[in-house]
Design a protein around this ligand. Structure first.
Ligand code: MG
Ligand code: ZN
Length: 458
C-alpha cells in the first residue's frame, strides 16, 4: 500500500510538473525581471490536490524563539502546541528591499513589506502596503485574486484592521501610517480628494471583503474626504455598501450570514489576553507566573473571531470556497514592549485560533491551513543570569508548565526603547491539500505563489 501510494505520488508530481510548465509563463503576478538577484521562481509544487478553502494564520513577529517560549511556558518543553502539529514544515526568508536602491536587501523587514511579500509575491521596501518599491504601483493581492475567482474572503486581526498585516490583503498605499481618511499625511496622492483609492480603512470597505473583524474603530469613525461617500464616516460608508457593523462579542455571536460583516471591537488594538511583569535590566523581573484571562469579555477572542468568520464564510461559500486570513498581531507588539507574559498570552491565543481551524478541517479535509510569521523578533531564552554573567538588555524569569525557571531576554535595543524585529528566517507550516508545498527553504514571496496555485490562479 505504501509503495503504491508513493508511486502514485511520483506520477502525480510528474504530471503536475508537465501541466505547470505550460501554465507558469502567462500567469505570474510578480515582476521577476526587475530584481533578478533577489528573486527566483517558486519551487516545483510537490502537490496540486484540490483546495476548497484556505485559512492562513500570521503570527506577527512569531519567530521560532517566540513559539518555543510560548510552548515551554504553556505546555512544557516536551509538550506541543496546536501549531506544532501541522504535518508539513518549512522555513522562509523574510528580508525586504531598499526604497532608494531596490537592488539591495533590507535584512530586517517590517510587517508592511513582509506582508506585501506574502500577499502579492513581490518584495517591496519597509512601510509600503502592496505597492511597488520606488514606482508606487498597486500589486495584486491573493485576497483580490481569490475574490475575482469567486471565493468568499475574510480578514481578521487582533490589531487595528488597518494595521499593516490585515492591510496588505485589501489595500494599496505608499505608507502604512495612512490608516484612516484623516491619517493621510504620508500618502497625499492616495487621498480620495486627490483622486486616489483612499486610506486603508476606506479601501477595506471598497473591496467588499465578506468578513472584517478586529480593532481600529477610531479609523472607521473618521470622515471621508472625497468620492461617493464624502462627508460620511467610513462606518456609514460600510453600511451604505451593505455591511452589518458589530462592536462587541455578543453582537458578533448574533451576526447573520445574510450580509457582509464589519466587526470593530476596540478603538485601537484589541485588549491583551494575559498580563505580567515587564522585563527589566539585571537582575530582571520574576520569577513570575503569568496572569491569564485578562481580556474584557465584551471583546471576542481571536479563536471566537476565527470560529465566527469560518461559520459565516462557509454559509456564504459557493463552489469556490473561502480564503480567510487570521492575524495574531500583538505577539509582535508585546515583544517590542519586552513583556513576556503578554507576548506568550497572544501566542497562545493564536494557537487556540489555529485549533478552531484544525477542528473545522476534520470535517472539511479540502481545507488548506497555513501557519507562519511575517518576521522574527527580539525575545530569546537565555541561561539563568548571575551577577558576573548576564545580558546587558532586559529580562524576566518565568515559572513554566514544567515548574522550571525560564529566563526570557530582550536585547535588540536599549532597555527603555522599543525592541527591534530581527532578520532571521521563520517557520511556515501547513496541513491539507497542497500543504506539502511549504517544505524546504522558501522565500516569503513563495507563499503568495503557493496560495495562488491553491486557488487555481497559477
Ligand atoms: Mg501585524
Ligand atoms: Zn513589529
Amino acid at each position: 500500500m505504501f509503495l503504491f501510494k508513493q508511486r502514485k505520488f511520483f506520477l502525480t508530481t510528474i504530471v503536475a510538473g508537465i501541466i505547470l510548465s505550460f501554465t507558469t509563463a502567462s500567469s505570474s503576478n510578480a515582476d521577476y525581471s526587475k530584481f533578478p538577484k533577489f528573486h527566483r521562481f517558486p519551487n516545483q509544487p510537490l502537490s496540486r490536490g484540490r483546495v476548497q478553502n484556505i485559512i492562513l494564520f500570521i503570527g506577527d513577529g512569531m519567530g521560532d524563539s517566540e513559539i518555543t517560549i510560548a510552548r515551554n511556558y504553556s505546555v512544557g518543553a516536551a509538550g506541543r502546541l496546536f501549531i506544532d502539529t501541522l504535518p508539513f514544515t518549512g522555513e522562509y526568508t523574510t528580508y525586504s528591499i531598499q526604497e532608494q536602491n531596490p537592488k539591495l536587501p533590507d535584512y530586517v523587514t517590517d510587517s508592511a513589506a513582509s506582508g506585501t511579500g506574502w500577499a502579492t509575491g513581490n518584495k517591496t521596501s519597509n512601510g509600503r502596503i502592496s505597492t511597488t518599491v520606488g514606482t508606487d504601483k498597486d500589486l495584486k493581492t491573493i485576497l483580490e485574486l481569490a475574490k475575482q475567482r469567486g471565493y468568499k474572503t475574510g480578514d481578521v486581526s487582533t490589531a487595528e484592521l488597518t494595521d499593516a498585516t490585515p492591510a496588505v490583503l485589501l489595500s494599496h498605499v505608499s505608507d502604512r501610517s495612512c490608516q484612516g481618511p484623516q491619517d493621510m499625511a504620508n500618502c497625499p496622492q492616495d487621498k480620495k480628494s486627490a483622486g486616489g483609492p483612499g486610506s486603508i480603512a476606506e479601501q477595506s470597505i471598497d473591496h467588499d471583503v465578506d468578513v472584517l473583524l478586529g480593532g481600529g474603530k477610531q479609523r472607521y469613525d473618521q470622515i471621508i474626504d472625497g468620492g461617493n461617500y464624502v462627508g460620511k464616516t467610513v462606518i456609514d460608508a460600510a453600511k451604505a455598501r451593505g455591511y452589518q457593523v458589530v462592536t462587541n462579542a455578543a453582537q458578533l455571536q448574533m451576526a447573520q450570514p445574510a450580509s457582509k460583516l464589519l466587526g470593530l471591537f476596540s478603538p485601537g488594538n484589541m485588549s491583551l489576553e494575559w498580563a505580567g511583569q515587564a522585563a527589566i535590566p539585571y537582575p530582571g523581573s520574576g520569577p513570575q507566573r503569568c496572569i491569564e484571562n485578562q481580556r474584557p469579555t465584551n471583546e471576542p477572542s481571536l479563536a471566537d473571531m476565527t470560529n465566527k468568520a469560518i461559520s459565516l464564510l462557509k454559509q456564504k461559500a459557493g463552489r469556490g470556497g473561502f480564503f480567510l486570513q487570521v492575524e495574531g498581531a500583538s505577539i509582535d507588539k508585546r515583544d517590542h514592549a519586552g513583556n513576556p507574559c503578554e507576548q506568550i498570552g497572544e501566542t497562545v491565543a493564536l494557537d487556540r485560533a489555529v485549533k478552531v481551524a484544525l477542528e473545522y478541517a476534520k470535517n472539511h479535509p479540502d481545507t488548506l491551513i497555513v501557519v507562519t510569521a511575517d518576521h522574527g523578533h527580539t525575545s530569546q531564552i537565555i541561561p539563568p543570569p548571575t551577577a558576573s554573567n548576564h545580558s546587558p538588555g532586559k529580562f524576566s524569569t518565568l515559572i513554566t508548565a514544567d515548574e522550571a525557571e525560564m529566563t526570557v531576554n530582550y536585547a535588540t535595543n536599549l532597555p527603555a526603547q522599543s525592541q527591534e524585529h530581527t532578520g532571521t528566517q521563520v517557520r511556515i507550516a501547513a496541513q491539507g491539500p497542497q500543504g506539502e508545498n511549504v517544505v524546504g527553504v522558501l522565500d516569503q514571496t513563495d507563499l503568495f505563489h503557493i496560495l495562488a496555485r491553491a486557488i487555481g490562479a497559477e
